[in-house]
Write a protein that binds this ligand. Structure first.
Ligand code: UTP
Length: 445
C-alpha cells in the first residue's frame, strides 16, 4: 500500500496518496481498483502540456477546404450500391456504434440509445438501428456483425435494455458489447478528483477511445475472425442513420487505395455548430466548430457559398487495415474545463475519433443529403432535438411513400418501419394500404 502511495506522490498526487492511506482496508481496496486503471504519470504530463497550450495555434497556415460531391449526383451511385451489397453478402461489413457518451445535453437518464424520440411506434434509437441492420442483413442474406461500445457508466443498462428486447430479433452471437476506457478528471491544479470516498471521478475517454477499446476488448480480433474488412462507425444519436449504407461501402471499396471514408453534408450556414472537413498541412481532418476561427467560418467563395462547407455528421467507414493501425496510435487529447463534483474549472480529457484521419493520411469524403441521413438528437428542445428528428423522419418517409405512388395525406407525417423498408425500397400503394396502421404509421406534424 505504501508503494502505491509513493507512486501517487511521485506523480504529483499527494492529496490522493494521503486520502488512500487514511482509508480502512475495505475502502482502500475499492479505491485501488480505480487507481489501477489510471496512468498518473501520463496525466501529470497531459495536465502540464495542456496548461501551457496556446489554442490559437491549433490551425496551421496550410489550411484548405476539402471539396466533396453529393453521391446522389454521381453516376457511379448504383454501381457503388451493388458493390456494397456484394461485400455485405460476403460478410465483409460490420457496424460499429459508439455509445459511451453521457448525453448530458439531452438530459435523459440512461444510455441515449434507449431514448424514445416520440415516434408513433415509440421505438428507441437502438431499435431503429437494429431494425435497419436486420433489414439489410435479410436483403443481402448474411448477418451483419454489430459492435457496440459503451462506457462503464452505461454498460450494464445498455445490455439489460437489449436483453429485455430480445436483441431486437438479431442473433445474440452477432452483437458484441464492450466498454471504452475512462480517464480521471483533475482539479484546476492537476490533482485527481474524488467522486466519493472510494471512487475517483472517472469519465469516458471520448469517442476517440474507440480504437483502443475495440482492440483491447478483443472485438477487433472477433471481427477479423469473421472476415470483416469494412467497419461502419457511427454515433448513437442520429435518428436517420443508414447503418452500413451499401453505397458508402461500395464507394470506399472502389477507390482501391483509400482506407477510410466519411459522410459529409453541406453546412446549413456559417453559424451551424458542426465540425468541418479540411486539409491541414495536406492531411485530411476535422476541425471542431469551436476551434474554427471566425475568418474561416465566414469565408465565402465567389458564388457566395461557404468555403469551409463540409460538415461532419459522424458517419465514417474504415478498412480493417486502418483500424489495425489506429489501435496503437495516440490521438491527441482535447480538454474541456467543466464543473466536476462541485469543483469549478476542472479538467476533463477526451479523444475524438475524427483525429484518426490525419494519422491515416487519406480519407474519401462522401457527400450526402442531410434530409436523408442526418438528424442528431442532441438537445431536449429546439434544434437537433427529438421534435426535429420526428419531423425529419416523418417528412422523409412521406417522401418515400409519395415517390412509390402511395395515396398519402400530404398534411400528415409518416413513419415507415425499418422492418418494411431500409431506405425507401419495396414500397407501393398496395403496400401502403396493407401496412397503414401496422408497419406504416401516420402522425400529425
Ligand atoms: P457527443 O459528442 O454528442 O457526446 O457524442 P454525448 O456524450 O453523447 O452528449 P453530450 O455532449 O454529453 O450532450 C457523439 C457520439 O460519441 C459517443 C456518444 O455516445 C455519441 O454516439 N461518445 C462520446 C462515446 O462513445 N464516448 C465518449 O466518451 C463520448
Amino acid at each position: 500500500m505504501d508503494k502505491i502511495a509513493e507512486q501517487l506522490r511521485l506523480a504529483g498526487q499527494e492529496p490522493l496518496a494521503n486520502h488512500f492511506l487514511s482509508l480502512n482496508e475495505a475502502s482502500r481496496s475499492v479505491l485501488l481498483r480505480d487507481i489501477q486503471t489510471q496512468d498518473f504519470e501520463y496525466l501529470k504530463k497531459l495536465h502540464s502540456e495542456k496548461s501551457s497550450e496556446n489554442l490559437n495555434d491549433s490551425i496551421s497556415d496550410d489550411f484548405t477546404p476539402m471539396p466533396f460531391k453529393l453521391s446522389i449526383e454521381d453516376q457511379r451511385l448504383e454501381y457503388w450500391e451493388e458493390t456494397g451489397k456484394i461485400l455485405l453478402e460476403k460478410g465483409q461489413v460490420a457496424a460499429f456504434l459508439v455509445a459511451g457518451g453521457q448525453g448530458s445535453r439531452l438530459g435523459f437518464e440512461g444510455p441515449k440509445g434507449m431514448f424514445d424520440i416520440g415516434l408513433p411506434s415509440h421505438k428507441s434509437l437502438f431499435q431503429l438501428q437494429a431494425e435497419r441492420i436486420q433489414n439489410l442483413a435479410t436483403q443481402v442474406g448474411h448477418p451483419i456483425p454489430w459492435c457496440i461500445m459503451t462506457s462503464p457508466l452505461n454498460h450494464r443498462a445498455t445490455i439489460e435494455f437489449f436483453e429485455s428486447h430480445h436483441f431486437f430479433g438479431i442473433d445474440r452471437t452477432n452483437i458484441r458489447f464492450f466498454e471504452q476506457g475512462t480517464i480521471c478528471a483533475l482539479d484546476p491544479s492537476g490533482k485527481a478528483i474524488l467522486q466519493d470516498n472510494e471512487h475517483l471521478a472517472l469519465v469516458p475517454d471520448g469517442n476517440g477511445g474507440c480504437f483502443r477499446a475495440l482492440a483491447q476488448s478483443g472485438t477487433l480480433a472477433w471481427l477479423v475472425e469473421k472476415g470483416v474488412r469494412y467497419i461502419f462507425l457511427y454515433s448513437v444519436d442520429n435518428a436517420l442513420v443508414k447503418v452500413c449504407d451499401p453505397a458508402f461501402v461500395g464507394a470506399l471499396a472502389s477507390t482501391g487505395n483509400m482506407i477510410s471514408a466519411s459522410k459529409v453534408v453541406h453546412k446549413r450556414n456559417a453559424a451551424e455548430k458542426v465540425g468541418i472537413f479540411a486539409f491541414q498541412n495536406k492531411k485530411p481532418g476535422v476541425v471542431e466548430y469551436s476551434d474554427l476561427p471566425e475568418k474561416y467560418r465566414e469565408m465565402t467563395n465567389p458564388d457566395g457559398s461557404l468555403t469551409f462547407d463540409g460538415g461532419n455528421i459522424a458517419i465514417h467507414l474504415f478498412k480493417m487495415e486502418g483500424l489495425r493501425k489506429l489501435q496503437s496510435s495516440s490521438l491527441p487529447w482535447h480538454t474541456a474545463r467543466k464543473t466536476v463534483c462541485g469543483i469549478e474549472n476542472s479538467w476533463k480529457f477526451e479523444q475524438f475519433l475524427f483525429d484518426a484521419f490525419p494519422l491515416l493520411g487519406t480519407m474519401l469524403p462522401f457527400g450526402v443529403v442531410r434530409e436523408d441521413e442526418f438528424s442528431p438528437v442532441k438537445n431536449a428542445e429546439g434544434h437537433d432535438s427529438p421534435k426535429t428528428a420526428r419531423e425529419m423522419i416523418g417528412k422523409l418517409h412521406r417522401e418515400w411513400l409519395r415517390k412509390a405512388g402511395a395515396k398519402i395525406n400530404q398534411a400528415k407525417l409518416y413513419e415507415v418501419s425499418p422492418t418494411l423498408s431500409y431506405a425507401g425500397e419495396g414500397l407501393s400503394n398496395r403496400v401502403f394500404e396493407r401496412e397503414l396502421g401496422k408497419n406504416i404509421l401516420e402522425f400529425d406534424p
